[in-house]
Design a protein around this ligand. Structure first.
Ligand SMILES: [Zn+2]
Length: 287
């Protein structure tokens, strides 16, 4: 029951200016929802008004959709199986992603601060391989808890440079994405955290800027390419195993990241939403 009226701002120190004002029946989960009315301005609202899922239709399908998206399901097949419209599923992806991002961050802030973390970039693309995207990812060592994810655009490389010209200039957003990720990570790690990454020359400057007291170690290593051997290397000992394992889990469980798939990302923001749904599921259930 709301305490203050959002319409006329009337307040009372104890109790409320609202009186009960009937019910309405919510068909999507077959529940009766209490309505209220403000006694001074006659504004009405209900228990649903201030809920995160206000005006969501088909809310009974949210959980099934969440499970599918975190378990290598495609949007189209989810729509078909759950008897939803494709557009409904696309909208729900955005909403569920938003919710998952909030819970992922909240969950991470409630956990004890990480002492050893690993980070790297994972590559994928939107629409065509000429428009690559980078996923910057940080995980806690050993537990493989996902601490943060950022998505950014990168320019095409190699043989695709010539072909990619028709799509115009594509800015490299990796450094800004790294800055966003590191700012978030500052609250989740101890001051003298041990940070591990591959030997990318751009990393050191950013790590020292955001974590001045951290110990930073870089490791030489073959990188997994888009169509290549994958994140899990056939080496004896992988110092970035937690990270590479998590990347492999993303590849296996986020449908649009599976190698050589028909299913591709069309929009970077929806990729982010999908990653958040998986990451939240990963931290809750797999860890
Ligand atoms: Zn009022």
């Amino acid at each position: 029951m709301p305490r203050n009226c959002p319409h006329c701002d009337s307040k009372k120190i104890s109790g409320s200016y609202f009186v009960r004002f009937g019910f309405f029946f919510r068909s999507s989960d077959s529940r009766y929802i209490q309505r209220y009315r403000c006694v001074s301005c006659r504004f009405t609202c209900s228990n649903a008004t201030f809920n995160a899922w206000f005006r969501q239709k088909k809310r009974q399908k949210n959980h099934a959709l969440r499970m599918r998206l975190a378990g290598a399901g495609s949007l189209r097949r989810a729509a078909k199986d759950l008897h939803l419209n494709r557009k409904t599923v696309a909208r729900k992806l955005a909403a569920l992603g938003f919710e998952a991002a909030f819970h992922l961050k909240k969950g991470n802030l409630e956990k004890p601060k990480a002492r050893v973390i690993e980070f790297d970039d994972l590559e994928t693309f939107e629409h065509t391989k000429c428009k690559p995207l980078s996923i910057t990812l940080a995980v806690e060592s050993k537990t493989r808890r996902i601490l943060g994810i950022e998505v950014s655009t990168i320019a095409a490389k190699g043989l695709l440079v010539e072909k990619a010209k028709k799509y115009g200039r594509r800015p490299d957003g990796r450094s800004k994405a790294r800055a966003r990720l590191f700012r978030d990570l500052q609250e989740m790690v101890v001051e003298d955290v041990l940070i591990k990454s591959d030997s990318n020359p751009h990393y050191r400057k950013d790590v020292l800027k955001y974590f001045p007291k951290a110990k930073y170690r870089q490791y030489e290593g073959k990188r997994g390419s888009l169509g290549g051997q994958g994140e899990l290397k056939k080496t004896k000992f992988d110092p970035l195993f937690s990270l590479n394992h998590t990347c492999a889990m993303f590849r296996a469980n986020v449908n649009r990241l599976i190698r050589k798939t028909w299913c591709t990302t069309k929009r970077a923001d929806r990729l982010y939403a999908h990653l958040m749904i998986y990451a939240h599921y990963h931290n809750q259930n797999l860890g």
